[in-house]
Design a protein around this ligand. Structure first.
Ligand code: UD1
Ligand code: PEP
Length: 417
């Protein structure tokens, strides 16, 4: 099993390029099932989730050709049905997007109940509600979700929670349904807009993505297209936090600053300098930083995916910081690992109270999920001495070349087995 060894205490300096957004890429790849021609997807991150999804497409009968290191040409014309089993999809969440895409094209699909990071209860009732409203029958038996419809008909769907996954899945299914589908209380995260842009590029009629109400006029056919995935908001935020955590000075290129406003605001509140310049952000920090309170919220609020890396930064900020996790109740599993490194954190339900300490110390720790892994890297970079991180496969689900990128910034990271 691969481990990371990090020698902490180096100020990060230099520049880093942000890759394509995992959470957009993992929806766009399954969405190609809807296309009656070849799709070229550029700026895909080099991560294991993308690898697994590409393999799933090949297993379904698609032709997937790597054109450039981060470009795939996908031809799903030969795909005629969709069954995805446990072994091939247990490690990721986004397999559930095959349900919406295949329902749209074949009017049926069978997909294993999704995996992904174990960060709390992750029901799919809103996806099911959306599919049923459009006329599909949904059965969940022996861990397999089966959806089937004689015909899909547009419907008005009010989401009880603004779920990212349900919004995208309903959009996918609705692109080729008869009539108009309206999603109320839709999620507004940046990748919802990217997926809608991709679908529209294929010929779909999706309007309002990025607002609470999305309207989809069904069309008869979707064609091929060329699309470049937007920059990864969460990867960019992780580098911003790491720069601040080490008292560094880092230029983060290929970002959409608007997507990072919540994190920029919090870092500035802590005393970090964040300078915006077109598609770049320069993050410069001098310790000590001031502690802050954070509440995770749906976009444009503070993203839950950055809560864990941010909590590492708060451990060495002056004073007390309170984190309230409103999206996933199980997203504090990294806290015990941070405590091993000397952090002073008390968790009460969905709240973590962090009393800043002078420094963290290197220790042996293990990642419990993707962003817990990112949080431990941030902690290790600022700790005194050596940290050994286990379970790094979680980190590779979502961070493209993370060791290489941090090494370029002056970090001392090596891999061991
Ligand atoms: C692949 C992907 O894009 N993953 C992201 C996506 O996950 P995911 O799509 O799973 O997250 P959702 O937005 O669906 O979940 C948000 C909240 O809604 C609840 N819920 C969700 C669906 C449902 O049918 N019923 C229900 O109650 C969940 O339990 C959670 O409390 O959005 C999360 C919230 O921004 C991010 O942390 C994940 O990185
Ligand atoms: C929770 C995450 O991913 P997933 O939904 O794919 O498990 C994440 O990206 O932080």
């Amino acid at each position: 099993m691969e481990k990371l060894i990090i020698e902490g205490g180096k100020k990060l300096q230099g520049k880093v390029e942000v890759s394509g957004f995992k959470n957009a890429a993992v929806a766009i790849i399954p969405a190609t099932v809807l296309a009656a021609d070849v799709c070229t997807i550029e700026n895909l991150p080099n991560i294991s989730d993308v690898e697994i999804l590409s393999k799933l497409l090949v297993d379904l009968g698609a032709k997937v050709v790597k054109k450039e290191p981060r470009t795939l040409e996908i031809d799903t014309r030969e795909v005629s049905n969709c069954f995805i089993d446990y072994e091939s999809a247990k490690d990721l969440r986004a397999s559930y997007y095959f349900l919406g895409a295949a329902l749209g094209r074949f009017k049926k699909a069978r997909v294993v109940y999704p995996g992904g990071c174990c960060i709390g209860n992750r029901p799919i009732d809103q996806h099911v509600k959306g599919f049923e409203a459009m006329g599909a029958k949904v059965h969940i038996e022996h861990g397999i979700i089966s959806v089937e419809a004689e015909k899909l008909v547009g419907a008005e769907i009010y989401l009880d929670v603004a779920s990212v996954g349900a919004t995208i899945n309903i959009m996918l299914a609705a692109t080729m349904a008869e009539g108009v589908t309206v999603i109320e209380n839709a999620a507004k995260e940046p990748h919802i807009v990217d997926v809608a842009n991709f679908l529209n590029c294929m010929g779909a009629k999706v309007r309002g993505a990025g607002t609470d109400t999305i309207k989809i006029q069904g069309v008869k056919r979707l064609g091929g297209c060329q699309h470049s995935v937007i920059p990864d908001q969460i990867e960019a935020g992780t580098y911003m936090i790491a720069a601040a955590a080490t008292g560094g000075d880092v230029l983060i290129n290929n970002v959409i600053p608007k997507h990072l406003e919540a994190i920029t605001a919090k870092l500035r509140e802590m005393g970090v300098e964040v300078i915006e310049n077109g598609e770049s952000l320069r993050v410069r920090a001098m310790h000590p930083l001031k502690n802050v309170n954070i509440k995770t919220l749906v976009y444009p609020g503070f993203p839950t995916d950055l809560q864990q890396p941010m909590s590492s930064l708060l451990t060495i900020a002056k004073g007390t910081g309170v984190i309230t996790e409103t999206i996933f109740e199980g997203r504090f599993k990294h806290v015990d690992e941070l405590k091993r490194m000397g952090a002073n954190i008390k968790v009460e339900g969905r709240v973590a109270i962090i009393q800043g300490v002078k420094k963290l110390m290197g220790a042996k720790v293990a990642a419990s999920d993707l962003r817990a892994g990112a949080a431990l890297i941030v902690a290790a970079l600022m700790a005194e001495g050596e940290t050994e991180i286990e379970n790094v496969h979680y980190i590779y689900r979502g961070y493209d070349q993370i060791c290489e990128k941090f090494t370029t910034l002056g970090a001392k990271i090596s891999k061991t087995y």
